[in-house]
Ligand binder design. Structure first.
Ligand code: 5AD
Ligand code: SF4
Length: 463
């Protein structure tokens, strides 16, 4: 099922040895795009005779699919390599082949083959189709004969797109569908345009075929994925609004979510379309990053806080029950206390359901790296804690107002605790837990909200 657009090699041939090959364990870090890519990798390897493993102690090959967006994310992966090596040798087990895939592979390339934590192979975001061949060479007991150049596969291929198989994950409630890759914006703090390359669209027909495949495999909900889905364009005429209209036309599909939008591309026409199409869930994840116009300019975000708040107001008018979530960065170079207060003000005004807040982390080679990072680590920490507290206070007030409401929710799976509880989600992305219910994944039920906790609600089942 791993297929490619535009004449790239088709590696989907069936290997006669399927099921008997080395065991591969894929560990995923970072965003949903990586979750999707890991599905692509697993499918590709399984079709080429590898077995998929569940843990790092038994696997012959361990692939870490990585994120470069912040320094800490990269450090975690490097220490994970050391941890795997250590745990395996302490247990007297043979060392696995370790590979780094994803954004770190693109950013660091051959450097990952050096030093005490070096890995055996490095494969970037557009080179996963090379994995079966490299691994075959490396697992062939001829490790020394594998040329160094083969072990590092990076660089961007604009027109190749991977398609993950729905059949691997038939019971997931929401199926991820990448609609494009890369990013043409150049937000000054961000490494993504370098690691994921320029924006390149998956063809609408490929997207629709993929979604029909998901529905045929029993899926009812998709999440359209991309760094900037709202900037999707195919030819002169098709934009993201047109694409979701086409996707909404797929028979049997019930819900469409999407991640991530850019506030600049959230045009009234798009919001009207989202509001009009019943299948499109009324939840907008729209990273604001900062509430200060001065900082937004220095970040090259291409909107002001006024533009953003106007967009939120418009969305609230035309999209029934719409909720918002966002990413925010604190401590960007030159951010003053007054800039930070502007961010808090936006958070209080929008009343987000959920906020993902980050301390600014300098990334080598991005434009912001040339600015003096003059907000101390302690000050960044303080601002982050204050932002989280303000968001909590806003949310507690909002959540309290939901008690007693009746919502339609979809069952997503068993909750970890307490035993017998179910996790459910509203179309506008609110999480609800039901205790002691007997449900099926994907089942829609009506609940009355009885309690709210930090980010989740508790409900009771209505007949
Ligand atoms: N430092 C901190 N946070 C960052 N993000 C992106 N780059 C950086 C950086 N250099 C955050 C942004 C983005 C989210 C995915 O990660 O908020 O929306
Ligand atoms: Fe990074 Fe900005 Fe592109 Fe998002 S829009 S991936 S923050 S450059």
């Amino acid at each position: 099922m791993a297929t490619f657009q535009d004449g790239l090699p088709d590696l989907t041939r069936t290997n006669p040895e399927t099921g008997t090959g080395p065991e591969v364990y894929v560990e995923t870090y970072g965003c949903q795009m990586n979750v999707y890519d890991s599905q692509v990798i697993e499918d590709l390897l399984e079709r080429n005779g590898y077995r998929l493993g569940e843990n790092d102690m038994a696997a012959d090959v361990i692939l870490l699919n990585t994120c470069s967006v912040r320094d800490l994310a990269e450090h975690k992966v490097i220490s994970r390599v050391g941890e795997i090596r250590h745990r395996r040798s302490k247990a007297g087990l043979p060392q696995p082949l370790i590979g780094i895939c994803g954004c770190m592979a693109e950013r660091l390339g051959k450097d990952l083959r050096k030093g005490p934590r070096r890995v055996d192979l490095v494969v970037g975001v557009d080179s996963y189709d090379t994995l079966p061949d490299i691994l075959r060479e490396l697992t062939d007991d001829q490790i020394r004969s594998v040329p160094e150049a083969m072990r590092t596969q990076i660089g961007h291929r604009k027109d190749s797109h991977y398609v993950a198989p729905p059949a691997l994950y038939p019971t997931n409630n929401s199926h991820l569908v990448t609609i494009h890759k890369g990013c043409d914006y150049k937000c000054t703090y961000c490494i993504v345009p370098y690691t994921r390359g320029p924006q390149s669209e998956k063809a609408p027909d490929t997207i629709l075929d993929e979604i029909r495949g998901i529905v045929d495999a029993g899926g009812r909900e998709v999440t359209l994925l991309g760094q900037n889905v709202t900037a999707y364009r195919w030819g002169e005429d098709l934009d993201f609004a047109g694409l979701i209209e086409m996707v909404a036309g797929v028979n049997g599909l019930e819900r469409i979510r999407f991640l991530t939008g850019h506030p600049k591309d959230m045009h009234p026409h798009l919001m009207d379309t989202i509001g009009r199409l019943d299948k499109v869930c009324p939840w907008l994840h729209l990273p604001v990053q900062s509430g200060s116009d001065r900082v937004l300019r220095r970040m090259k975000r291409l909107y002001t806080s006024g533009d953003y708040l106007e967009m939120v107001d418009y969305a609230r008018r035309v999209i029934p029950d719409v909720t918002f979530s966002a990413d925010v960065i604190v401590g960007f170079p030159g951010e003053t206390e007054s800039d930070f207060q502007d961010t808090l003000e936006v958070v209080r005004r929008v009343k987000y359901d959920q906020l993902f807040s980050f301390k600014y982390s300098e990334r080598p080679g991005v434009p912001a790296a040339r600015l003096e990072d003059d907000v101390s680590v302690d000050e960044k920490k303080r601002r982050l804690a204050e932002l989280i507290k303000v968001q909590e206070d806003v949310w507690i007030g909002e959540a309290a107002g939901q008690i007693g409401k009746v919502w339609t929710v979809v069952a997503e799976g068993l909750a970890r605790r307490p035993a017998g509880s179910w996790k459910l989600r509203t179309p506008n992305n609110r999480k609800v837990v039901l205790h002691g219910a007997s449900l099926e994944i994907g089942q829609q039920v009506r609940v009355r909200i009885t309690e709210s906790t930090n980010t989740t609600f508790v409900g009771e089942l209505l007949a």
